[in-house]
Design a protein. Structure first.
Ligand code: C3B
Length: 831
C-alpha cells in the first residue's frame, strides 16, 4: 500500500514541526484562544488563558508522543505495562513545561499577553484518580519510565469523579463532596473513538473439551480509550497512560423505548456508564462490592484485549508472548488479569491449558503494598460465579494446579493446603486474590526492605516454602525528583545547581549527584542560603493558607508536618495526643519558662475514608483542639495547630518544601514503605519516625544521627499486642502523661468530650496500634527535636546532609530495578 496517500510533497511540506521560539509560542497560544476556545482578547480570563496555554503545550506533547509511539511500532521492543487502578497525577502543565524545557519561554510569552504563568498554573484542577501512596507511586513511575526512555504504558480507569473533595463542617467533622474534575474539559487527554473493546459480564459459561469453554449471554459494555501523554524529562520520549471509560454498547434499548418504557430504556445504558463513574475512596480496606469487581474486570479485560491486539500486530507466534510483553500488577486490584489471559489463550487462541499457564506465569509480576490483613482482597465465590462465570471456572482450575504442586511437595499437609488454596472456606467461600496473584506471576515484590521481609515471613510464608525465596524480592519505592524537587521547590533546585555548578538536568536525572552538597554542609555562606530557601518556602505556605483559609501562620516557628491518609496504623492520634500534651505542659509553665520554649506550628492534612468512623473522629478532634489552642493567648506564640482541608498533590507541593520536621510514626511493621518521607528529606526536612518502612533505609543513607527514631521495633509488636489482649494494664498505670491527655479530652476541654469516647477507647482498650507503648519515647523524641532545632547551625547541617543523601530514593532507580530485574526491557528512543 502506498504511503502517504495522495501528494507526498503536500504531506511532507505541511507536517507541523516544533517551533519553540517565543513568537511561535505566543502565536500558538493566541491561535488556541481564537479557534479552540472561540474567545477573544477582551474576554479572556485566567481560566481561558490557562486552557489556551495548556492546548499549546499539548500540541508539543502530541508530536513527541506520535514519534515515540511510531518508534515503538517500528522497533518492536519488549514492552512493559503497569496496571494500576489508581494514578494520582496531580497537575500537568507545570510538569510538562519543565520536562519539555519550555518553562522560561512560556513564562515570557504569557506575560507578553498580560497574564502571569503562576496564576495560570493555579487554574488547573488536580487529576486525583487515586487515594494515596499507591496511586502517587504509579504516577512517579510513569514519569521515570518516560524519562528513562523505557517502553512502558500505564493502564487504568478514567473515573468521572476522582477522590472526593474534603470539607470541614462547623463541628469540625469531615464532609465529602464530589470531585467533578472533568468539568472544565481536560486538555491532557485524547479521546480515542477508534479504540474500543466489548467487555462481557454475567451470562453463562459452558465447558467444552480440553479445558476450554464458551462464555456467552449476559451484559456487554463498551470500553473506550482515553490517552494521556506522559512526557519524559529532557527527552522526546513521551509515553502513554491509557484510561478506559465505560459506555453502553448501544445508546439505549430501542425496544423498550418504542414500547414507551423510557426508564427501562435508559437503565442499561446508565448501568454501563456507572462502571467508571467514581473512584472507590477506601484505602487499605476491601468491601466486596459488585461494582468494584466490575471495575476491576472491565479494566483488566479492556487492557488485555488492547495488549493482545498490539502483540498480534507483530505477527509473532503466541509462544513468544512473554518475550514481548511484561505486565506489572499494582497490588491485587488487577489480579483478574491472570484468569482473563488464561481465558484468552485457552478459549480464543486455542493454546493448550498447560502451555497457556506457562505463558501467563512468565508474563505477570506482582507488587504487594501492605501486610495489613484488612487490605488483602477477597471476593465471595457466589459474586464471582454470577458476574464472571468463566473466570470462576478458571480460578477453580488454577486451584487444582495449586493442590497438585502442594500435595507433591508436602504430601498430606492439609492445613498448609487450606492456607494456600485460592478458596478460603466459609459461608460464603471467598477467593483470595493475593494467593492468585502470587501463583500466577513470575515474581512478587514488596516496596521496602523491611516490608519485603515481612511479606516473606507472614502473608507469603507458605509460598516461599513452595517456590523458594528467589521469587520474592524487594524494590524500594522511589519518587520523581522532577516534581518533588524542581517543580515544588524551584528555589532549592536553583541553589543546588548554582552551588554544585551543574545544570539542573544533571542531578534531576542522576539524583546521586546531590552528594556533592556534602562538601558545602559546613560552609556558613551556603548554610545561610539554605536556610533562606526554607524560610521563603514557609512564607509561601503561610501566604497560601492566608489566601485560601484566612489563617495567619507564625513563620518564625518550626514547622512540624504530618500529611497522609487518616488511618489508625499511621497514628495521627499519637501526634494529636502529643500536641495536647505539649499544650498542657505549656499551660503549666510560667510566662518566663515559656519564653525558652521552641515555638512550633503543627500542620496536619489528609482524608479519611467516608465510612471510617474512628479516622473521621480523629480529624474532628484535631480541628477542635486547634480551635482552643490557637485562641489561647498564653500559648499561641509557642504552639499553633492547623488542619488543612482537602489534602492533594498540589497542596503537598506547597507543604513539603516548608517543613522543618515531618512525622512518619506508624506502629512498627505496618507502613510498607511510605513515600512522603522521601519527599520531605529531599527538600531538606528531617524525620521523626518509627523504625518502619522506608524510614529505615532513609536512616541508613543519611545516618541515624540525622533521623529522630523512637518506639518499639517490629519483632516486639506481636508480643505486646498479645499482652494487651490477655493482660491489659490501665493507661493510668502504663502511661500517666497519656492518661492525663485522654482525660482532658473526655472532660470536654476541647468541646463535647463524649463525642470522642469511641476514639479514646481504642487506646484505653486493646490499643492495637500501641500508642500507650510508644507515647513516652515519642515525647522524648520530640524533645530531642526541639533541642536540636535550638542549635540552628547544626540543624541546617543535618538538613543539607539529608538532602545530599537522597539519591537512592529517585523513582528512576526504582524503575530501572523493575526494568532490569523483572521486565527485561531496555531503553529506546526516537532519533
Ligand atoms: C501504600 C502503603 O501504605 C505505603 O506504605 C506505600 O509507600 C505505598 O502504598 C506505595 O507502595 N498503600 C496504599 O496507598 N494503598 C493500599 N491499598 C496499600 C498500600
Amino acid at each position: 500500500e502506498k504511503w502517504p496517500r495522495g501528494d507526498e510533497k503536500a504531506w511532507k511540506t505541511s507536517m507541523r514541526g516544533l517551533d519553540t521560539d517565543i513568537p511561535s509560542i505566543t502565536k500558538s497560544i493566541v491561535g488556541h484562544v481564537q479557534t479552540s476556545l472561540a474567545q477573544q482578547a477582551h474576554n479572556l480570563d485566567d481560566l481561558g488563558a490557562y486552557q489556551a496555554a495548556a492546548l499549546s503545550v499539548r500540541d508539543n506533547l502530541i508530536l513527541n508522543w506520535n514519534e515515540t509511539q511510531m518508534h515503538y511500532t517500528r522497533k518492536e521492543p519488549k514492552r512493559a505495562y503497569y496496571l494500576s487502578l489508581e494514578f494520582l497525577m496531580g497537575r500537568t502543565l507545570d510538569n510538562a513545561l519543565l520536562n519539555l524545557g519550555l518553562k522560561p519561554k512560556y513564562d515570557d510569552s504569557i506575560s507578553q499577553l498580560g497574564f502571569r504563568l503562576e496564576d495560570l498554573l493555579e487554574q488547573e484542577r488536580d487529576a486525583a484518580l487515586g487515594n494515596g501512596g499507591l496511586g502517587r507511586l504509579a504516577a512517579c513511575y510513569l514519569d521515570s519510565s518516560a524519562s528513562q526512555e523505557l517502553p512502558v504504558w500505564g493502564y487504568g480507569l478514567r473515573y468521572k469523579y476522582g477522590i472526593f473533595q474534603q470539607l470541614i463542617a462547623p463541628d469540625g467533622s469531615q464532609l465529602e463532596a464530589p470531585d467533578p474534575w472533568l468539568e472544565h474539559d481536560n486538555p491532557w487527554e485524547l479521546p480515542r473513538l477508534d479504540v474500543t473493546y466489548e467487555v462481557r459480564f454475567y451470562g453463562h459459561s459452558e465447558r467444552l473439551d480440553n479445558m476450554k469453554a464458551v462464555w456467552s449471554g449476559g451484559q456487554e459494555v463498551l470500553a473506550m480509550a482515553y490517552d494521556t501523554m506522559i512526557p519524559g524529562y529532557e527527552t522526546k520520549s513521551t509515553n502513554n497512560l491509557r484510561l478506559w471509560e465505560s459506555k453502553p454498547k448501544r445508546g439505549f434499548d430501542l425496544q423498550s423505548f418504542n414500547a414507551g418504557d423510557y426508564e427501562r430504556a435508559v437503565e442499561s445504558s446508565n448501568s454501563a456508564a456507572a462502571i467508571t463513574s467514581v473512584l472507590y475512596p477506601n484505602d487499605h480496606t476491601t468491601f466486596g462490592k459488585e461494582l468494584r469487581l466490575k471495575q476491576q474486570y472491565f479494566w483488566t479485560a479492556a487492557s488485555l484485549a488492547d495488549i493482545m491486539r498490539r502483540f498480534k500486530n507483530l505477527g509473532k507466534p503466541i509462544s513468544e508472548f512473554p518475550d514481548y510483553v511484561a505486565i506489572q500488577l499494582n497490588d491485587t486490584h488487577p489480579t483478574l488479569a491472570i484468569p482473563e489471559l488464561m481465558r484468552i489463550f485457552v478459549d480464543e487462541e486455542d493454546v493448550p491449558w498447560d502451555a497457556a499457564w506457562q505463558l501467563v506465569t512468565n508474563t505477570f509480576f506482582f507488587t504487594n503494598h501492605t501486610v495489613l490483613p484488612e487490605a488483602l482482597e477477597k471476593w465471595p465465590v457466589p459474586l464471582m460465579q454470577n458476574l464472571l462465570p468463566r473466570h470462576m471456572q478458571i480460578i477453580f482450575d488454577i486451584t487444582e494446579i495449586v493442590v497438585s504442586v502442594v500435595e507433591k511437595k508436602f504430601p498430606g499437609d492439609r492445613e498448609r493446603l487450606a492456607r494456600m488454596s485460592l478458596i478460603e472456606e466459609g459461608y460464603p467461600q471467598n477467593i483470595r486474590m493475593a494467593n492468585l496473584a502470587c501463583i500466577g506471576t513470575r515474581k512478587v515484590n514488596g516496596v521496602a526492605e523491611l516490608h519485603s521481609e515481612l511479606v516473606r515471613l507472614t502473608i507469603m510464608k507458605d509460598f516461599v516454602d513452595l517456590y523458594g525465596v528467589s521469587k520474592f524480592s524487594n524494590v524500594t519505592n522511589g519518587i520523581t525528583p522532577r516534581r518533588w524537587l524542581d517543580q515544588c521547590n524551584p528555589r532549592l533546585s536553583n541553589l543546588i545547581s548554582e552551588t554544585l555548578k551543574l545544570p539542573k538536568a544533571v542531578f534531576l536525572k542522576d539524583l546521586y549527584k546531590l552528594e556533592g552538597l556534602l562538601q558545602f554542609a559546613d560552609d556558613p555562606a551556603f548554610q545561610k542560603k539554605w536556610a533562606a530557601v526554607k524560610q521563603s518556602n514557609k512564607e509561601r505556605l503561610a501566604q497560601h493558607v492566608q489566601t485560601t483559609l484566612g489563617l495567619k501562620i507564625n513563620t518564625h516557628a518550626m514547622f512540624d508536618v504530618q500529611i497522609k491518609r487518616l488511618h489508625e496504623y499511621k497514628r495521627q492520634t499519637l501526634n494529636i495526643m502529643g500536641v495536647i500534651h505539649r499544650y498542657l505542659t505549656l499551660k503549666d509553665m510560667t510566662p518566663a519558662e515559656r519564653k525558652k520554649v521552641n515555638p512550633k506550628v503543627v500542620l496536619f492534612a489528609g482524608k479519611a475514608a467516608p465510612g471510617y468512623y474512628v479516622a473521621k473522629l480523629t480529624i474532628r478532634l484535631i480541628v477542635n483542639v486547634a480551635r482552643i489552642i490557637n485562641a489561647d493567648a498564653d500559648t499561641k506564640d509557642y504552639l499553633q495547630l492547623y488542619f488543612l482541608p482537602d489534602y492533594s498533590v498540589s497542596l503537598a507541593e506547597v507543604l513539603i518544601p516548608a517543613s522543618d520536621i515531618s512525622q512518619h510514626i506508624s506502629t512498627a511493621g505496618t507502613e510498607a514503605s511510605g513515600t512522603s518521607n522521601m519527599k520531605f528529606c529531599l527538600n531538606g526536612g528531617l524525620l521523626v519516625g518509627t523504625v518502619d518502612g522506608a524510614n529505615i533505609e532513609i536512616a541508613e543513607e543519611v545516618g541515624e544521627q540525622n533521623v529522630f527514631f523512637f518506639g518499639h521495633l517490629t519483632p516486639a509488636v506481636e508480643d505486646l499486642r498479645y499482652k494487651h489482649m490477655y493482660h491489659p494494664v490501665p493507661v493510668e498505670q502504663k502511661c500517666p502523661p497519656l492518661a492525663r491527655v485522654l482525660n482532658e479530652v473526655s472532660a470536654g476541654r476541647f468541646g463535647d468530650g463524649g463525642v470522642y469516647e469511641p476514639l479514646l477507647n481504642t487506646i484505653r482498650q486493646h490499643d492495637y496500634y500501641l500508642l500507650t507503648e510508644d507515647f513516652d519515647s515519642y515525647i522524648q523524641a520530640l524533645k530531642l527535636v526541639d533541642e536540636a532545632y535550638q542549635d540552628r547551625t547544626e540543624w541546617i547541617k543535618k538538613s543539607i546532609r539529608t538532602t545530599a543523601k537522597m539519591g537512592k530514593f529517585s523513582s528512576d532507580r526504582a524503575i530501572q530495578d523493575y526494568a532490569q530485574e523483572y521486565w527485561n526491557i531496555e531503553s529506546t528512543k526516537p532519533e
